[in-house]
Write a protein of this length. Structure first.
Ligand code: PMP
Ligand code: GLU
Length: 396
């Protein structure tokens, strides 16, 4: 079967591919510790599940409006006011099937063939492919571990051309855990104010998994809200990855464009999930803080254990639930007949030798690093790091 050139331009999602591979090995009876996919290991809080059960009983079983039920969009506006001090009207919100669809919707709504989209690296694996899907050109700006994986205003200024349509900024970051402070965002905003054609796609899905203080959004910087597509959702903060609810809050024209697009290819997301998401936003917020505390404890644990492995260079993440060590000192080293040449080789070696699933940095635009998700139990973290250390010691 001849598939479209558009499809052939895409790579499969490396995070999902590694997670599937690890599930297959587990099904064969191999004791794999999965640090590959990024999703909370907690169950959805009970009060949210109850709201979903009630929605089923009350027959919320029909098509919702394309941008989502009004009570959900109002709850999102209230959340944005309460937590971010940002004023939006429900007409500016479009709820989609997860933050993933929300990001992709915005890219498809903005980008023409050949338009450039600036993506700081390391980046979340799907961004460049989403830009390619829209016939755009990803422009990668590299920020290594020595700059705590964050781009500077000077780098941003140098990357902007007349063809630049958007900047995708993810903070707290997947895969590095880096968090842009309000002052750092202001530095980037000062550059962007000189280039009014550039829209910021601000992916804030890890907002609540922040270890350094209050979340800062670039939409709060002067003049930026009018050109920011703010992305967020319930997947990470409320342990609701499978419910598939995310949203974009955007200037009205863009929200209308996203609404038109979504109306032609997915319609509004699952009705029952939307009702559960209302409860997530308006109900008891204590579970969010409890989960953040657990992630913080695990972060401290994994950072300490990773630092004990010689050959790794490790940053101290400020948010999200990933550690992204530099492992390139192992490139060129071998165990038996296997030689490690890239971070993907390294991740495959860890999977096969240590039975720990991680993701190589190549598909995050950072071929010297690899990603571990520590959204798992302390015991799993300790055992995984013991195995990784042992596997590393075999590399000569
Ligand atoms: N953005 C980032 C940075 C992510 O890591 C993810 C992965 N969950 C998403 C968006 C997509 O989130 P969702 O599950 O809500 O689609
Ligand atoms: N965002 C998560 C991750 O990076 C989930 C998988 C995905 O959608 O890519 O692992």
């Amino acid at each position: 079967m001849q598939l479209s050139a558009r499809l052939n331009r895409l790579a499969p999602s490396a995070t999902l591919a590694m997670s599937q591979k690890s599930a297959e090995l587990k099904a064969q009876g191999i004791d794999i510790i999965n640090l590959s996919v990024g999703e909370p290991d907690f169950n959805t809080p009970d009060h949210i599940k109850e709201a979903a059960k009630k929605a089923v009983d009350e027959n919320w079983s029909r098509y919702s409006p394309v941008p989502g039920y009004l009570d959900l969009r109002q709850a999102i506006c209230d959340k944005l006011k309460r937590e971010n001090d940002l004023e939006y009207a429900p007409t500016q919100i479009v709820v989609g099937n997860g933050a993933k669809q929300a990001v992709c919707n915005v890219i498809l709504a903005l980008v023409n063939e050949g338009d450039e989209v600036i993506i700081p690296a390391p980046y979340w694996v799907s961004y460049p492919d989403m830009v390619r899907l829209a016939d755009g050109t990803p422009v990668i700006v590299e920020a290594g571990i020595e700059q705590n994986f964050k781009i500077t205003p000077e780098q941003l200024a140098a990357a902007i051309t007349p063809r630049t349509r958007a900047l995708i900024l993810c903070s707290p970051s997947n895969p590095t855990g880096s968090v842009y402070s309000a002052a750092e965002l202001e530095g980037l905003a000062a550059v962007l104010r000189k280039h009014p054609q550039v829209v910021v796609i601000a992916d804030e899905i890890y907002e609540h998994i922040n270890y350094v203080g209050r979340h800062a959004s670039i939409a709060s910087c002067e003049g930026m809200k009018e050109r920011t597509a703010l992305i967020n959702g319930v997947s990470k903060a409320y342990a609701m990855t499978g419910w598939r609810i995310g949203f974009v809050a955007a200037p009205l024209d863009l929200a209308k464009g996203v609404n038109k697009l979504q109306g032609q290819y997915t319609s509004g997301p699952c009705s029952v999930s939307q009702k559960a998401a209302v409860e997530a936003f308006v109900g008891d917020q204590r579970p969010v803080e409890e989960m953040r505390q657990a992630f913080l404890r695990r972060k401290n644990l994994i950072v300490q254990l990773a630092k004990e492995i010689s050959g790794f260079e490790v940053n101290d993440p400020e948010g999200a639930f990933y550690l992204f060590p530099k492992c390139s000192s192992y490139f060129g080293k071998s165990c038996g007949t296997r030689t490690i040449r890239t971070a993907d080789d390294f991740a495959l070696y860890l999977l096969e030798e240590a039975h720990v699933a991680t993701v190589g940095g190549d598909s995050f635009g950072s071929p010297e690093c690899f990603r571990m998700s520590y959204a798992t139990s302390d015991e799993n973290i300790v055992e995984a790091m013991r195995r990784i250390k042992e596997a590393c010691e075999k590399l000569q």
